[in-house]
Ligand binder design. Structure first.
Ligand SMILES: Cc1cc2nc3c(=O)[nH]c(=O)nc-3n(C[C@H](O)[C@H](O)[C@H](O)COP(=O)(O)OP(=O)(O)OC[C@H]3O[C@@H](n4cnc5c(N)ncnc54)[C@H](O)[C@@H]3O)c2cc1C
Ligand SMILES: NC(=O)c1ccc[n+]([C@@H]2O[C@H](COP(=O)([O-])OP(=O)(O)OC[C@H]3O[C@@H](n4cnc5c(N)ncnc54)[C@H](OP(=O)(O)O)[C@@H]3O)[C@@H](O)[C@H]2O)c1
Length: 458
């Protein structure tokens, strides 16, 4: 660490945090990357579906960033817990929030919190071994599940519910989830879209995967693919190529003879959940009362017609949401840190000097991993402009050597990059004999023990 370098604290070691870190290092800053978990990589580790290992290999790019001089990792450190916004402003010339979205949207309908009704965030974090969700339990004894939402997360959830156990066995699905998912009674997954097939948010490769499942048929009712005049015209004149390809693919699905697989995934459209129904005694989910919609100017509008789908499991997958952090201006309506192009804005609309934001908590929960690279470029450009104009923060104590001492006082177990590397080696070592990329540790204590043992070795 050099004495006069300008120093940035990046908070959150997901894709946006890593892309921004890389660009800041290349622009001459020193970067400390703080992360609440002992492990890096955000949703690449805890969100991306375990049967998509190629996508997870993007972490090799982030590992290169971590090898850059001027980089330090402090895992297990929570902004808003161990350290405050002010602690960081006291020590860095810029603070960049890359904390992602820790919550998800609610439907706001009766019965939503019944046993057997869950958010996708919770389900995904459970099967991916996020330590905060390792003890969650899912009753997978129902034969029919309803997944609400038409995005790629809904596709992931539907696929994981019917994935062939042999395919799951070679993934890094958390050990605690492998047996329950493998022995799940769920034979039918109904995926509900509030709008029509033309407006579905799936990307085509993900939709195609649903048609290639080894033990589930894909079902689409041809009636659901008869587009209303508005959607027909919109698709023709304004729809993205993805919308067109999706509709074409679903039309192919609708003509398919079922392969006779014992499980099925069915896509149904123009349906909004109105109520999650439950058992009088236990309260557990027994079905969903659905309102049938029509499309009016691109929006879903209830027709007044209703139906009931009986089921024992409901997973809503209608988008993630940021959560406020103490003292950091938050836009409640949009669920993100208030900002203009990545500069954090006060409630009065002024730039909070030295504070920046990137990724899902900057722009909202949309976009694939690569989208965060361009997003990081935009925010880092603002930081460079402010450096040029002499408008970065002036920290009281910019001494890089003080940070580890300070963190050791406020956070009992800080995980360094070397500490994470030993967790990584441990996990991949456990996975190798099983033909799996890794066996994830899901207990924070165990991770910390392995990380600190590495440091104490001569
Ligand atoms: C279920 C799911 C599956 C996905 N699958 C794919 C896919 O297959 N392919 C694809 O391209 N994209 C996929 N995406 C999208 C992709 O994951 C996101 O675009 C990307 O992860 C967003 O990056 P981020 O850095 O903004 O947030 P995140 O990845 O969420 O990273 C935020 C980081 O901040 C940390 N953090 C949070 N709060 C604090 C705090 N208070 N203090 C310190 N650290 C904190 C978190 O632990 C986390 O590590 C998926 C998204 C989801 C939800
Ligand atoms: N394999 C991959 O590449 C992959 C995997 C997972 C996630 N991702 C990416 O991660 C991002 C987030 O994915 P996501 O699936 O969470 O979000 P998303 O793509 O925004 O989809 C959210 C879905 O929820 C629906 N919805 C919202 N509110 C609703 C309500 N009240 N009632 C019923 N339906 C409602 C939306 O319908 P409307 O359109 O009508 O609003 C939409 O269909 C996306 O950019 C996605 O591509 C990528």
């Amino acid at each position: 660490m050099s004495e006069n370098a300008l120093r940035v604290a990046v908070v959150g070691a997901g894709p946006s945090g890593f892309y921004a870190t890389d660009q800041l290092l290349k622009a001459g800053f020193e970067v400390d990357l703080l992360e609440i978990l002992p492990t890096p990589f955000g949703l690449v580790r805890a969100g991306v579906a375990p049967d998509h290992p190629k996508i997870k290999s993007v972490t090799r790019v982030y590992e290169k960033t971590a090898n850059h001089p001027g980089f330090r990792f402090f895992g297990g450190v929570e902004l808003g817990g161990h350290v405050s916004r002010q602690d960081l402003l006291d020590r860095y010339h810029a603070v960049l929030y890359a904390v992602g979205t820790a919550s998800d949207n609610k439907l706001g309908i009766p019965g939503e919190d019944r046993p057997g009704s869950h958010g996708a965030l919770e389900f995904v974090a459970w099967y991916n071994g996020h330590p905060d969700y390792a003890d969650h339990e899912f009753d997978l004894s129902a034969t029919r599940a309803v997944v609400i939402g038409n995005g790629n997360v809904a596709v992931d959830v539907a696929r994981m519910l019917v994935l062939d156990p042999e395919e799951m066995a070679v993934t890094d699905t958390a050990d605690h989830a492998i047996a329950p998912l493998g022995s799940a009674s769920v034979h039918e997954v109904i995926v509900l879209g509030r709008r029509g097939p033309a407006q579905a948010a799936f990307t085509t490769p993900e939709l195609r995967e649903l048609g290639e499942l080894t033990r589930a048929d894909i079902i689409v009712d041809p009636q659901d693919l008869v587009l209303d005049d508005y959607s027909e015209k919109w698709l023709e004149e304004e729809g993205e190529p993805t919308n067109k390809r999706n509709v074409e693919l679903m039309r192919e699905y609708a003509t398919r003879d079922a392969h006779g697989h014992e499980r099925r995934v069915e896509l149904r459209f123009l349906r909004s959940p109105l109520e999650i129904l439950g058992d009088d005694e236990t309260g557990a989910v027994t079905g969903v009362r659905i309102g049938i919609n029509k499309i009016v100017d691109g929006r879903a509008v209830l027709t007044g017609e209703e139906e009931i789908i009986s089921c024992g499991l409901v997973i809503r997958s209608i988008g993630y949401r940021g959560t406020p952090l103490a003292g950091i201006p938050f836009d409640e309506r949009r669920g993100l840190i208030s900002n203009l192009g990545g500069r954090v804005l006060s409630h009065e609309g002024e730039h909070e000097v030295g504070e920046y934001v990137v990724g899902w908590v900057k722009r909202g929960p949309s976009g694939v991993i690569g989208t965060n690279k361009k997003d990081a470029t935009d925010t880092v450009a603002r930081i460079l402009e402010d450096r040029e104009a002499g408008k970065l923060n002036t920290p009281k104590n910019p001494d890089a050597e003080d940070v580890p001492k300070f963190l050791a006082e406020v956070c009992p177990s800080v995980v360094t990059w070397e500490g994470w590397r030993s967790i990584d080696v441990h996990e991949t070592g456990l996975g190798e004999p099983q033909g799996r990329p890794r066996v994830k540790l899901v207990r924070t204590g165990e991770m910390l023990d392995i990380a600190s043992a590495a440091l104490s070795q001569p």
